[in-house]
Design a protein. Structure first.
Length: 280
């Protein structure tokens, strides 16, 4: 039992779980638009794993990571380097099979990720990164994820950038925005007041109302974009994410957001895949 618990913690803390989540979102895009996004999904998953662990490394070097996480990373330094090495090799492999046009689409979102991590903005004689700019953190994450899970895989598969594709991008940006709210609620007492996160600005109750309104917008957009059977999967996701958002609080269990909320994209993908499997 202890071994299973340690493996589970490693799976979550090493950012493997978040990589699986974004893998499913890329595959989800493929299911909605009926294209095979398997290769693109692995490219995005590997790059996410590497970039998130690089961000953590930078935070450790600057002593801005939480004490518990910093200690855990030092203990698991070797296995973390191994999975990063595997991810790097996987990324190189998928790189050779990805079109130049698709890679060009990655560039602006990669820049957003880099700016999220690197302190290049100067405010009041203080050099900061995107994640420390007031009110910017959550939106930079949402836009970066939206571009990587929608534009990149569809362009890699030769799909024309139609109005529906652009609307789906907006939908996924809103989805990631709502998905991030339970994390910001959890961190409300840990984040600097200067960050001005949505929970810090609106308070817990209004943050939840705001998230519910965005979920309603997502449902309406998806209903108008896709066939009714595909919409059912989105409706299931909306209810599940809405429930997790409703019960979010500052004093969460350790894995409430980092595992269960992060697993909602997996649930969404499995539900849509099941619908396609049984209908077709």
């Amino acid at each position: 039992m202890k071994l299973l618990k340690n493996l589970f913690k490693f799976y979550v803390y090493s950012n493997l779980h978040v990589s699986v989540a974004i893998w499913t979102l890329v595959r989800l895009t493929g299911l909605f638009f009926y294209v095979d996004t398997t290769l693109s999904a692995f490219f995005v998953a590997f790059s996410t794993l590497l970039s998130y662990n690089l961000i953590r490394f930078v935070k450790l070097r600057k002593n801005t990571n939480r004490h518990v996480m910093a200690a855990w990373c030092k203990i698991h330094d070797v296995p973390l380097k191994i999975i990063n090495g595997i991810a790097g090799l996987g990324l190189l492999y998928t790189l050779f099979y990805t079109s130049m046009l698709a890679l060009l689409i990655v560039v602006p979102f990669a820049i957003v990720t880099a700016l999220y991590m690197l302190p290049v903005f100067k405010i009041k004689n203080k050099v900061v990164s995107l994640r420390t700019l007031p009110g910017i953190k959550i939106f930079s994450i949402a836009v970066s994820w939206g571009g990587m899970v929608v534009f990149f895989p569809l362009i890699a598969n030769g799909v024309t950038m139609t109005k529906d594709v652009k609307l789906f991008f907006v939908q996924q940006v809103l989805f990631v925005l709502v998905l991030t709210l339970p994390f910001d609620i959890r961190d409300i007492d840990f984040d600097s007041k200067e960050l001005k996160t949505i929970p810090q600005k609106l308070g817990l109750r209004k943050t939840k109302v705001f998230g519910m309104l965005l979920l309603f917008v997502i449902a309406v957009m998806n209903y108008n974009l896709f066939i009714p059977s595909d919409f059912l999967s989105t409706l299931g996701m909306v209810f599940l994410l809405g429930a997790f958002l409703f019960f979010s609080r500052k004093e969460q269990s350790v894995f409430y957001a980092s595992f269960w909320v992060e697993a909602i994209p997996v649930f969404w993908f499995v539900l849509l895949w099941s619908i396609h499997f049984f209908i077709e």
